[in-house]
Design a binder for this molecule. Structure first.
Ligand code: GLU
Length: 281
């Protein structure tokens, strides 16, 4: 069964950029006779708020984007993330790291796709793992699985380059899994065949492809769509008081009409569709 998903994080209100991402995932599923799943990415205990998850679902409903099956919540799947981390630990691929954000910033010599590149300070150190983050030994992992390929519907075939990220965090100090680990496990658990998400997460797929190989998970196809951008070309964010979807909904705007306008390429003044990685939507 062809299946896509929209995976909002309930740490802020949704805006037009999220509406666009949800429309892409929803419409691809409908066009191809498949299913559209909604997954609430709520494992960030410090920032996730249950009422925002409810707000997001109400927004999707208002836009006329109806999902198939029950809504999936990451907070109900913590054991599966812990089990995957254990497996990688037993393979000798994870190591504890006590570095703070400031430590990483001070030690980094270069930037990776997610910011300052961690230079491996704690790798090979004997340390107390209590309260530590757990990082993937990237060189060892990549050597174990060999070269990997993944396919993006828009950008075409890609050679995985997870080394761009260095030793990524898979288990956070403050959360049972990082985005990379949780999203990869969930896309497999949810039988997602086409992972649709914004082109800003294109590079993350290199890591996800590696994790699939390490954990023996099925490999979907990806569709990294172009993002809505502001006049200065920057990714649309909730700023300058631009209304959230919930604001628009509560003000009585017609959500289905808004979704149709976006589909037709009619964006509000100053907003347009960026070029994306592969140049399309
Ligand atoms: N939860 C992520 C976000 O809100 C989406 C991640 C994904 O689609 O893989 O940006």
């Amino acid at each position: 069964m062809f299946r896509t998903r929209f995976a909002p994080s309930p740490n802020g209100s949704l805006h037009l950029g999220h509406a666009w991402a949800a429309i892409v995932a929803h419409d691809l599923a409908r066009k191809r006779g498949g299913e559209f799943l909604v997954r609430v990415e709520d494992i960030d205990g410090a920032r996730s708020r249950a009422e925002l998850a409810d707000e997001h679902l109400a927004d999707l409903d208002w836009l006329g984007l109806h999902w198939d099956g029950p809504v999936v919540r990451q907070s109900e799947r913590l054991e599966s993330y812990a089990a995957a981390a254990d497996r990688l630990r037993h393979m000798g691929l994870l190591y504890p790291c006590q570095c703070t954000r400031a430590d990483v910033l001070a030690a980094a010599h270069a930037d990776g796709p997610d910011g300052p590149l961690y230079p491996g300070t704690c790798r090979g150190r004997d340390m107390d793992s209590h309260g530590a983050a757990w990082r993937l030994d990237m060189a060892k992992s990549a050597a174990l699985v060999g070269p990997l390929i993944w396919h993006d519907e828009i950008a075409g075939e890609q050679t995985a380059r997870p080394e761009l990220f260095g030793d990524v965090v898979l288990v956070r100090k403050d959360a049972p899994a990082s985005y990379h680990l949780a999203a990869t496990i969930d896309d497999a658990a949810d039988s997602i065949t086409l992972v649709t998400r914004g082109a800003d997460l294109f590079a993350a797929t290199h890591v996800h492809r590696l994790l699939q190989a390490l954990l023996g998970l099925p490999v979907p196809v990806w569709h990294h769509h172009a993002l809505l951008v502001e006049a200065d070309g920057k990714k649309l964010a909730k700023r300058r008081g631009s209304p959230s979807l919930a604001d628009r909904r509560r003000a009585g705007e017609d959500g289905r009409a808004l979704a149709d306008a976006l589909r037709a390429g009619h964006f509000p003044a100053g907003i347009s569709l960026g070029t994306g990685v592969g140049g399309g939507t």
